[in-house]
Every structure is written in C-alpha cells, then in structure tokens.
Design a binder for this molecule. Sequence first.
Ligand SMILES: NC(=O)C1=CN([C@@H]2O[C@H](COP(=O)(O)OP(=O)(O)OC[C@H]3O[C@@H](n4cnc5c(N)ncnc54)[C@H](O)[C@@H]3O)[C@@H](O)[C@H]2O)C=CC1
Ligand SMILES: O=C(O)[C@H]1O[C@H](OP(=O)(O)OP(=O)(O)OC[C@H]2O[C@@H](n3ccc(=O)[nH]c3=O)[C@H](O)[C@@H]2O)[C@H](O)[C@@H](O)[C@@H]1O
Length: 478
Amino acid sequence: MLATLENTSTTVLKPKKITSICCIGAGYVGGPTMAVMAQKNPDIKVTVVDLNKQRIADWNDSDLSKLPIFEPGLDQVVAEARGRNLFFSTNVDDAIREADMIFISVNTPTKTYGSGKGMAADLKYIELCARQIAQIATTDKIVVEKSTLPVKTAQAIKSILDHTGNGVKFQILSNPEFLAEGTAMTDLANPDRVLIGGEQTEEGLKAIQSLVDVYATWIPKAQILTTNIWSSELSKLVANAFLAQRVSSINAISELCEASGANVEEVAKAIGMDSRIGPKFLKASVGFGGSCFQKDILNLVYISKSLGLTEVADYWEQVIIMNNHQRDRFANNIVSTLYNTVSGKKIAFLGWAFKKDTNDTRESAAIYVADKLIDEQAQISVYDPKVTAVQMQADLNYLNTRSEAENENFVKTETDAYKALEGAHAIAVLTEWDEFKTYNWQRIYESMSKPAFVFDGRNVLDKTALEAIGFRVKAIGK
Ligand SMILES: NC(=O)C1=CN([C@@H]2O[C@H](COP(=O)(O)OP(=O)(O)OC[C@H]3O[C@@H](n4cnc5c(N)ncnc54)[C@H](O)[C@@H]3O)[C@@H](O)[C@H]2O)C=CC1
Ligand SMILES: O=C(O)[C@H]1O[C@H](OP(=O)(O)OP(=O)(O)OC[C@H]2O[C@@H](n3ccc(=O)[nH]c3=O)[C@H](O)[C@@H]2O)[C@H](O)[C@@H](O)[C@@H]1O
C-alpha cells in the first residue's frame, strides 16, 4: 500500500522541520549522499560521522584530490558545502545528540561467522549504531535506515531504541540508496526515484513527510515514493537482484554466442530494442563486482531459505552461480589459449576496479581472475588509473588463498600502463576505463611477447583494429 499524507484521513499533520542531520558512516554512500543533501539544503546542518579517523581526516583535507572516495563531481559539491553546512567528524555522540534526523549508513557485509555465514547480512554495525543512539539521545529523533538491510530490520532497531526507558520517542524510516558508483553525483542530483518507507501511523506519516520535505528541495514530488517500511526495505534488495540478474542473463548468453557464432552485442541490441526489455544493463562482461550485488542477492537467498521458500532461494542463487562461472571461464580461457600454461608468463591486467570511474575494488572480478591465474603461477602486472598497489594486495590477501609474501611475488602494480604491458604474453582487460581505448596499440604490440594475446573482458577495445595490428583477440560473447 502506498501512503502519503494526502491520502490519509488525518487532516492536521504538522511534520517536524528538520534543521540538523547526522549521518553515521562516511563511506561510499554516506559521504556523497550527505554532500548532495547539504548542498541542496543550505539551511540544514549536516554532520557525517565515522569511527575511522583517517577517513574523516581525508574528508576534511583541504586538498580535494585526497577525498577518500573518487567519484566524478564529488569534489565540487564538497567544496561548495563543506564548512558551510556540511561537516565531517569523529565525534559521533555530539552529532547524535544535536540531530533531529539520524541516517544510518554503515556497512552491512555478508556474515563471515556463525549462523548464516557466507549468506546473511552482518548487522552488528547497525545494532551498535542503534544502541549508541539509544544511549545518547535526549530528544525525539527520526532514525533513517540508509544502509541496505534485510526486510524487518526496522523492527530490531525499534526494539532497541524503544527500550531505553528515558522517554525519548523514535520513528524509524527506511530510505534505501540507489546510486551507482562512478555516476553517484548525477544519480543523487537526478534520481529515478527516492523511496521512503515508514510506519503507517500518524507519527510515522509525519516522519515520512519530514524526510520528503528534505528531498523535495531538489527532487520533484512525483519521484518521491512513500511505502510501508517492509516494502521499502525489500525493494532495495529486489532492485539489486533484478539488475544483477540482467548481467548474469546476458553473460549466460555470451557463452552461448561464443559456442554458436552469434555476437552478444548484436543480440543485446536486438533484444534491447524491445521496449519491454529495454537496452540498459545488457553489457556482457567478465562478471559483475561491487560491494552490493553479491551481498544483497545472498541476503535475499538467505531470507527466502529462512522462510522455507526453497525454490525462490534457488532461483536467485543461480544469478551468483552464473557470475562465478563467468569469472572462472574468463581465467580458464586465458590459460587454455596460452597453450595450457601461464606458469612464469607475464599477464598484464588493464584495470582492477569493479567498474570504471571509481576507486572501489570490492568484489571486483579482477581479484578473482588474478587469484586463479596466481594458482597457475602467472606473473601478473596491473595498471589501474585509480587503484593503489596497497589496495590490490589487500584485496588478494583478503581471499586468504596464500601468504601475503606470495601474493606480493606474483602481482606487481605499475603506475604507467605501457610499462605494465611491456613484454606481456597476454593482456586482460578487467575494467572498462575509457583511457584504454586511446592507447597506442601499435606501440603496445611491438613491446609484447608474440603471439600477443588480448582478452577483452569488457568488450571495450576495437577487435578488428587490434587484429589488423597483429593481436590475437578474444572478446566476451563474440
Ligand atoms: N557502495 C554503494 O554504492 C552503495 C551501498 N549501499 C549500502 O550502503 C551501506 C554502506 O555502504 P558503503 O558506504 O559502501 O560502505 P563503506 O564501508 O564505504 O562505509 C561504511 C562506513 O561506516 C563506518 N562505520 C561502521 N560502523 C560504524 C559506527 N558504529 N559508527 C560510526 N561509523 C561506523 C565505517 O567505518 C565506514 O567508513 C551498505 O549497507 C551498502 O549495502 C547502498 C547503495 C549503494
Ligand atoms: O546497492 C548498491 O550498491 C548499488 O549497486 C549497483 O551499483 P554499482 O554496484 O555501484 O554499479 P553498477 O553500475 O550497478 O555495476 C555493478 C557491476 O555490474 C557490472 N555490469 C553492469 C552493467 C552491465 O550491463 N554489465 C555489467 O557487467 C559492472 O561492471 C559492475 O561490475 C546498482 O546499480 C545501484 O542502483 C545500487 O545502489
């Protein structure tokens, strides 16, 4: 059921005008989201807090190139609002105390221990926030779930907040975030929709309206959708599941194309012109990455299993199985094409981030492809315009496949693309950075071992032009 203030029978509802916002969690969501909210609402004080001192110091750095997140356009928005009504701080208690509205935007990773290990969302950071708010708050607060959460989490948060016994009243809202990294600033400035779920009571509807008013300073009201709280929580998981499902679907077809002589780009174009299917999210690739698709689908699978919905769980799990297969297939193809051995051979990676225009590497396909190739004793040399060597090593070490020293031995990072590619037996394109298209591919060809192979995991390079130079090119689904 959709509920707005207009469609309830209550006549006089005066929503609280928000003057002070606190956001707990200064990450990829909290930072950009609050920067835009502050930019568009100069009369609201917005304080973003985090336990991570370095992250907050980076958000406060006067050199805007040092912001902890690379996101096109973010630096300008921060420059405009920071110090005016946008603040970054480690003083969580003060920010909670002062705020009328508190966004919880902390990480909700997949559980790595105990029951639900490897599937359920780990809600310990959310619970810690709820407990801290309960302990510190002395005035009524609207608490907004910005993190992606399993359906019914609001119930747990409410239970913690309502048992403080100090008379403070809390309203819980769900306001999931739909921004994609790399395009976060345009997504935030001009979202397809903003979703706000809340209790369908007079107090709940007032709280919803307070948040609607914050967004309405820059978003047309028709695009602000209000629902009950469970629909809002679930819609976020479902949106990510549908998006990831499209990628796995086209990736499944890419394998069929390779086996049948069809071209996946032609197939994607042909089906995407059907307005019922639509052209977006049909790019075949080495597999989707990012911090959320896998985590959120696993969460959906876990919830379905917990509710005894085995077929539902199995249906969605297949999206992950297909994605793992696509990554493995890409790595195996490199090994088999290079005469069944890459031991001691130099394989150059172009790209490490999970997509272009971000420095985020979480769950990036590059990590898993590298891991497989290291097992085969390949010498990997990586160039990514935004990812540091320290991050790459941390990503590999996180998998716990081998010792840190071994990972360091097998994977070297270069800050110059041509140096990374020099002498390579094969190039693997793992991220679709635009700059890769502009390289001097003749020069690269001359510097490589022959035959010179290119495995384009993103279909960004001009296959025909490269083949004319002499490269042997394997693209996805062609
Ligand atoms: N990354 C993305 O593009 C999107 C992420 N989301 C969701 O948003 C949530 C946050 O994701 P990210 O921003 O990517 O995570 P992140 O890991 O970049 O940031 C989370 C931050 O919360 C901080 N934190 C954790 N517990 C805290 C506490 N008790 N007090 C203060 N700070 C605390 C951490 O230090 C960290 O800096 C997740 O639930 C994610 O699923 C939703 C849409 C997009
Ligand atoms: O909850 C989240 O974290 C976010 O997850 C995704 O955003 P994001 O992961 O930042 O980036 P996407 O553009 O969705 O790409 C995800 C992965 O799929 C891959 N992809 C995407 C599209 C496509 O056609 N093919 C494809 O392989 C990308 O390369 C990337 O590795 C969703 O698009 C956002 O709406 C959502 O808010």
